[in-house]
Design a protein around this ligand. Structure first.
Ligand code: PLP
Length: 679
C-alpha cells in the first residue's frame, strides 16, 4: 500500500528536479562561492542565478534577499533587526511605541522570537496578541486601536493550520492611513507558490520563507528585507551573503530551491489555483460522505485551496489520525496531542471555535505538486475509513446494524478521555451491558456504541456521586432513551455476567464482576484492596476510573507495589527471527478495530496475530498472566500504545512481554514476517 501524503503544510517531498539540482551541486558544482578560482566562480554564478530568479518571482525590487536555513532563522533575523533599530531609536530619544503586536494565530516561532529578543535586548516592550475573527482574519478594529502604540507588527500571509489567507492589503491600508511607524514582518512561509507576492510594492519590511514547504529540502530558506528597513545580522563571521548572513552557503539547498523556483516560473510544473480548488472540492465531498456531522474549521472562500481543517463530533484527533494512518493517508492533528489529554489548537481557539472542535481537529494539506490520481486515491481511502468507522459502531450519527467488527463479545472495555475512564461491561449471552462512571464527554460515543450493537443497558452506575457524575448519568440515560434500569438487590447484587456486586467504601462504591474484575473508581489500589479484602483474589484485575496511562492493575501487583518500568523492545528487523525462535509467542495488535478495517492491505500475512485493542486490554490480562513465560509481542501504529500494553503486562508480573519498537510505522513489508490475523 503506497502512502498518500496529505501533510504538505508540515513539509513536502523534494521535487525530483530539486533533488537532481542538489545532487549536481554536490557532485560537480561543489565550489565555495566565496573562492575566486573558477570552481568558486561557477558556484557563485549558480547562487547568483537562483537569487536573481527569487528576486524576480517575489518582486523584491531594491530590497535585500538573503539565503538562510529557513523561516525560523528568517523570523529571528527580522525580529532582531527591528528590535535593535527600535532600541537605537529609543536611546536617541525617539518615541517607538510600547507594543510588539503579533497575530493570535502566528506560528510559535514569532511570539517566541519576539519574547526572546525583547528580553535579551532589554527592551521591555509589551507583547500583545492581535485577535482574529471567527474567519481567522486579523481584527482590523483592534489593530486600528493598537497600531499607534505598536513598535513592531507581525502577521502571516496564510495560516499553516487552517490555510486562512490574511487580508494584507487591508492591514497595509490601515498602516498607511494611521501613518504607522511600526516595523512590519509578514511570515510568507505558507504563501510561497500559492499566493502572488510582489513584495517591494508593499509596505512589508521583512518576509521570511522556507524551502521545505514547497518541495525544496529542509535547511534552506530566504529572508526578504525591504530597501531601507533596518538590518542587523544574526550570524557574524566570514561576511558571506554580503555580510548579511555569515557562514558558507548551503549550496545544495540553494541549487534545489533554484530548481523549485524555476518550476514555479515555468508555470507548467505546479497545478493551477483552479485545479487545486477542484481537488479540494473532491476531498471535501469524500470527507462529508465518510464522516457524517463533519465540521470544517476554516472559511472556504478565504483559505488556501490546499488546506482543509475539520473536526468530527465524537471522534478525537488521535482516533482520526490513527484511522487515516491505518489507511495509509498521512494527515496531522490540528492540535498538539499527548496520550492522556489533547491540547486544543491555539489557532482554532483564537478563532473562537468551540473547545471540542479545537481539541479534535485534523489538518489535511496537499501541495501544488499533488496530482489528480493522488487525490482520487485519497478520496477512495477516506470513504473506506468512513466504512471502517461505521462498521465498528464509532460514528455517533450513524447506527449501523450489528457488524462483524463490533460483534457482541463478553468483555470489559475502557473508554478514556482527559484522564478519566468509563468502563463498559458487555455480556454476549444476554446481549446486555453495564456502564460504570460515564463521562459527559463520552456520552455520544457510548450511546452510539451501545445503540449500534443493540445492547440492553442493565445498569448505569457510579463509583462516586457528584453533580457532574449525576448529570452524565442522566445524559446517557436520555441519549439511549432508557426509562428503566435494573436494580441491585438487597445484597447489592445484580444478575449480570458472572454477577455484579456493589460494595460500599465510605462515601464511594466499588463494583465487582465475579472475582475477575474490581472497578475501584478513584480509590488507590491499596485502599481498595483493604476495603474489599476477602472478596478479591490475587489475580483480580483492578480497573480505575482515573486514567494514569497504566491501563489496569492486579491485586498481586498492587500488594507487591510493582513499579512501572518499560518492557523490552523488539526491532522490526528482528521480529521474524524472534518468532521463529519462539513459536509459541503471541503477537497482539493493540490497534482499534476500525484501524484494522481501514487498512487497505494486511500488514501481517501468514502467522497468527491476535487483535486486542488497548481499550479491551484489561479484559485479557488475567489470561496472559496465567502463562507468564509465554512471549507476548505487542504491536501498534507508532509504538505508543504497544509500549503501554507491554509495560502494563511487565508491571503485572509477565516475564516475556515485548513491544515492537517504533510500531508498524517503522516496519515495512520487507521487515515484517508473514503473519495472519486471528478473528
Ligand atoms: N511559519 C510558518 C507559518 C510555518 O508553517 C513554519 C513551519 O512550520 C515556520 C514558520 C517555520 O519554518 P521553518 O521550518 O523553515 O523554520
Amino acid at each position: 500500500m503506497k502512502d498518500i501524503y496529505l501533510d504538505c503544510n508540515a513539509t513536502t517531498s523534494v521535487l525530483p528536479a530539486a533533488v537532481a539540482a542538489a545532487s549536481a551541486a554536490m557532485a560537480h558544482g561543489y565550489g565555495n562561492p566565496s573562492s575566486t578560482h573558477a570552481t568558486g566562480l561557477q558556484a557563485k554564478a549558480m547562487m547568483d542565478g537562483v537569487r536573481a530568479l527569487a528576486r524576480r518571482l517575489l518582486g523584491a525590487g531594491e530590497g535585500r534577499l538573503m539565503f538562510n536555513s529557513g523561516a525560523t532563522e528568517g523570523i529571528q533575523t527580522a525580529v532582531l533587526s527591528a528590535l535593535c533599530a527600535l532600541r537605537e531609536r529609543r536611546d536617541a530619544g525617539h518615541r517607538i511605541g510600547a507594543l510588539l503586536l503579533y497575530g493570535a494565530t502566528e506560528h510559535k516561532a514569532v511570539p517566541e522570537s519576539l519574547a526572546h529578543w525583547n528580553r535579551l535586548l532589554g527592551l521591555n516592550l509589551t507583547l500583545r496578541q492581535l485577535p482574529v475573527g471567527t474567519d481567522g482574519r486579523h481584527d482590523l478594529d483592534v489593530l486600528g486601536e493598537l497600531i499607534g502604540d505598536t513598535a513592531m507588527l507581525c502577521t502571516m500571509a496564510a495560516n499553516n493550520e487552517t490555510g486562512v489567507i490574511s487580508d494584507l492589503s487591508a492591514i497595509a491600508q490601515l498602516l498607511q492611513e494611521r501613518g504607522a511607524h511600526a516595523y512590519w514582518m509578514v511570515d510568507c512561509v505558507q504563501a510561497l507558490g500559492k499566493l502572488q507576492l510582489n513584495l517591494a510594492a508593499t509596505r512589508i519590511d521583512y518576509a521570511p520563507f522556507s524551502g521545505h514547504k514547497l518541495y525544496a529540502p529542509k535547511g534552506i530558506g530566504m529572508l526578504y528585507v525591504r530597501a531601507g528597513a533596518p538590518f542587523t545580522p544574526l550570524i557574524m563571521g566570514g561576511g558571506q551573503e554580503t555580510g548579511l548572513r555569515s557562514g558558507t552557503e548551503n549550496m545544495a539547498g540553494i541549487a534545489a530551491l533554484g530548481a523549485v523556483l524555476a518550476a514555479l516560473d515555468d508555470g507548467s510544473t505546479f497545478r493551477s489555483h483552479a485545479e487545486l480548488l477542484s481537488f479540494r472540492t473532491r476531498l471535501v465531498a469524500s470527507l462529508e460522505a465518510a464522516l457524517p456531522g463533519i465540521v470544517f474549521n476554516m472559511p472556504f472562500d478565504r483559505s488556501l485551496p490546499t488546506t482543509v481543517n475539520f473536526s468530527v463530533p465524537g471522534l478525537s484527533s488521535k482516533e482520526l489520525l490513527d484511522l487515516f494512518d491505518a489507511a495509509g493517508v498521512r494527515v496531522s492533528s490540528g492540535s498538539a496531542c499527548s496520550a492522556a489529554k489533547a491540547l486544543p489548537s491555539y489557532v482554532l481557539a483564537a478563532m473562537q471555535v468551540p473547545a471540542w472542535r479545537a481539541s479534535s481537529a485534523i489538518r489535511l494539506s496537499f501541495g501544488p505538486l499533488t496530482d489528480e490520481a493522488t487525490i482520487l486515491a485519497a478520496c477512495e481511502r477516506i470513504e473506506h475509513c468512513g466504512e471502517a468507522l461505521r462498521g465498528s459502531c464509532l460514528l455517533p450519527s450513524i447506527l449501523s446494524p450489528l457488524s462483524p467488527l463490533a460483534a457482541l463479545r463478553d468483555g470489559v472495555t475502557a473508554l478514556s478521555v482527559d484522564g478519566h475512564t468509563t468502563w463498559l461491561l458487555t455480556d454476549a449471552a444476554s446481549a446486555s451491558c453495564v456502564v460504570i462512571d460515564p463521562l459527559a464527554a463520552l456520552v455520544p460515543r457510548i450511546a452510539a456504541f451501545i445503540g449500534c450493537q443493540d445492547y440492553t443497558v442493565r445498569a448505569i452506575v457510579q463509583t462516586e456521586t457528584s453533580p457532574q457524575a449525576d448529570a452524565a448519568h442522566q445524559m446517557l440515560a436520555a441519549a439511549l432513551e432508557i426509562t428503566q434500569l435494573d436494580e441491585f438487590d438487597a445484597h447489592g447484587t445484580l444478575a449480570f455476567g458472572a454477577g455484579l456486586r456493589r460494595l460500599a467504601c465510605g462515601d464511594a462504591s466499588m463494583y465487582l464482576l465475579g472475582q475477575e474484575f474490581a472497578f475501584i473508581g478513584t480509590l488507590a489500589p491499596q485502599a481498595a484492596i483493604a476495603a474489599l479484602a476477602e472478596a478479591l483474589r490475587l489475580d483480580t484485575v483492578l480497573c480505575a476510573s482515573r486514567d494514569d496511562g497504566s491501563v489496569c492493575n492486579t491485586v498481586r501487583a498492587a500488594q507487591q507495589q510493582a513499579a512501572a518500568s518499560a518492557a523490552p523492545q523488539l526491532d522490526a528487523a528482528g521480529l521474524e527471527a524472534f518468532l521463529r525462535a519462539q513459536p509459541d509467542a503471541i503477537v497482539v495488535d493493540v490497534r482499534e478495530a476500525y484501524e484494522h478495517a481501514a487498512c487497505a492491505t494486511r500488514v501481517f500475512d501468514g502467522c497468527t496475530v491476535h487483535s486486542v485493542p488497548l481499550s479491551r486490554l484489561a479484559g485479557e490480562v488475567a489470561g496472559w498472566l496465567r502463562e507468564p513465560q509465554r512471549p507476548l509481542v505487542f504491536v501498534c501504529r507508532s509504538g505508543n500504545r504497544s509500549a503501554r500494553a507491554a509495560a502494563c503486562l511487565h508491571r503485572l508480573g509477565h516475564k516475556a512481554a515485548w513491544q515492537l519498537n517504533g510500531g508498524l510505522a517503522m516496519a515495512t513489508l520487507a521487515t515484517l514476517p508473514s503473519l495472519a490475523f486471528a478473528a
